[in-house]
Ligand binder design. Structure first.
Ligand SMILES: *Cc1c(COP(=O)(O)O)cnc(C)c1O
Length: 397
């Protein structure tokens, strides 16, 4: 029985320098000096852990904030589906879907918000600021409501209405930005610098990456082994880096003996990380355009960190078209009963695209990151709406 708890520091993912985990520490000050405009963040910090593996399988015991500070909202412990009909149809009998759309606010973002909220409570910080395409905002708003925090969110005016209304319901201050997610991000950074409060911007706050690692820990504990492949939808590259981190921690703690192959799946119209994989770095951003709003980013904030993880652990990066995403969304809904938003179905779309090259006996986990009800406008594109309403059976065609 190991009674000793883990200890944690921040470590720069670029230069390796260590920093204490404390309020006001975001990116490595040395590497941040190399920051260029319109490029991914420099000096993103990883959490490094020290000590022996906890006996417990409560994933909070693997996080750098004591359990007592986490708010009373049941984040994580999402089901690992065994989709029988999709298994039969595709011939992959060890296909699993980790359904993070079943988190309290309907997306995987809750894992990051949960840790950020716990950190805020640990340090008696009352206000939190975040820019988002929609899910990080509604997530921080909901988890923040449970934690008693004042949450200010910056979202593009084009964000799906459900995500905005959800945030308002949770009591957040919502600032609609006349521009893209990237514009919302810049404005939120200015706002936070001026008004103080904890910044929850993805990748900039290292706890967003660390919080998301819990999905990897859960996959490992639920499956009882490391899968061969994990398919992940990628926008800013924080979820995927969280997954790399989770498996790396399991390896370091000798609970696991290898890393899985991690496949990043991006929308063709928002594929900065796949492009960087090909040419070895990030060039001038291209305006993103995809039906999958949650992965629509011009400048992937965690691009450099993600690229280095993909290279180090032999990951892959593939793209899928909007048509393929909407097709995958409909396949998941109608064959498994799992209704995922387009960004979330992107990982399944990647699996469908690669499946002919894969070993049918392999353990494959497809990550579904958000609930389909969050974006009805996009989901409508994948179905045929019923004909005009009827009053009698005779009118049914
Ligand atoms: C945020 C999000 C993603 C992408 O995560 P990144 O960390 O930006 O790569 C994928 N799917 C959903 C539903 C999301 O909300």
């Amino acid at each position: 029985m190991n009674k000793e708890t883990l200890r944690f520091t921040y470590k720069c993912s670029e230069c390796g320098k260590s920093y204490a985990i404390a309020p006001g520490v975001y990116t490595c000050p040395d590497c941040a000096k190399k920051q260029e405009a319109n490029r991914p963040l420099r000096g993103v910090l990883d959490v490094q852990l020290f000590g022996l593996a906890p006996e417990s399988r409560d994933v909070r015991d693997f996080l750098p904030v004591p359990k007592a500070f986490f708010p009373a909202i049941p984040v994580g412990n999402t089901p690992l589906w065994e989709p029988e009909r999709i298994r039969k149809k595709t011939g992959f009998n060890n296909l699993f879907i980790k359904d993070d759309g079943l988190n309290p606010t309907g997306s995987l973002k809750d894992r990051a918000s949960y840790l950020v909220a716990a950190f805020a409570r640990q340090h008696s910080i009352k206000s939190v600021i975040v820019a988002s395409t929609g899910n990080a905002a509604s997530s921080m708003s909901g988890v923040g409501a449970a934690a008693g925090l004042n949450v200010t969110i910056f979202i593009p005016k084009t964000a799906p209405e459900a995500k905005m209304v959800q945030s308002l319901q949770y009591g957040a201050r919502v600032i609609l930005v006349d521009g893209t997610y990237d514009d919302a991000y810049e404005l939120s950074m200015e706002f936070a610098a001026k008004n103080g409060g904890l910044n929850r911007n993805t990748a900039y706050n290292p706890l967003t990456i660390e919080g998301k690692k819990t999905v990897a820990l859960e996959i490992f504990f639920q499956l009882g082994r490391v899968p061969e492949l994990v398919f992940v939808p990628v926008g800013d590259g924080v979820i995927i880096s969280g997954i790399f981190k989770g498996f790396r921690d399991l390896l370091q703690l000798t609970l696991a003996d290898r890393m899985p192959t991690i496949v990043a799946v991006q929308a063709e119209g928002s594929s900065a990380i796949c492009r960087a994989m090909k040419v070895g770095g990030f060039n001038e951003p291209q305006p993103s355009d995809t039906v999958a709003d949650s992965i629509s980013v011009d400048v992937p904030r965690n691009g450099i960190h993600t690229l280095s993880n993909l290279k180090k652990y032999h990951g892959k990066c593939i793209t899928v078209s909007d048509g393929e995403i909407l097709h995958a969304q409909k396949q998941l809904s109608s064959n498994a009963g799992l209704f995922a938003e387009p960004a979330a179905a992107t990982a399944f779309s990647g699996f469908l695209k690669l499946k002919n090259e894969l070993d049918k006996a392999a353990d494959i986990v497809v990550l579904s990151t958000g609930n389909g009800l969050k974006d009805i406008v996009s989901a409508r594109k994948g179905v045929t709406l019923p004909a005009s309403p009827v009053k009698t059976l005779g009118e049914i065609r």
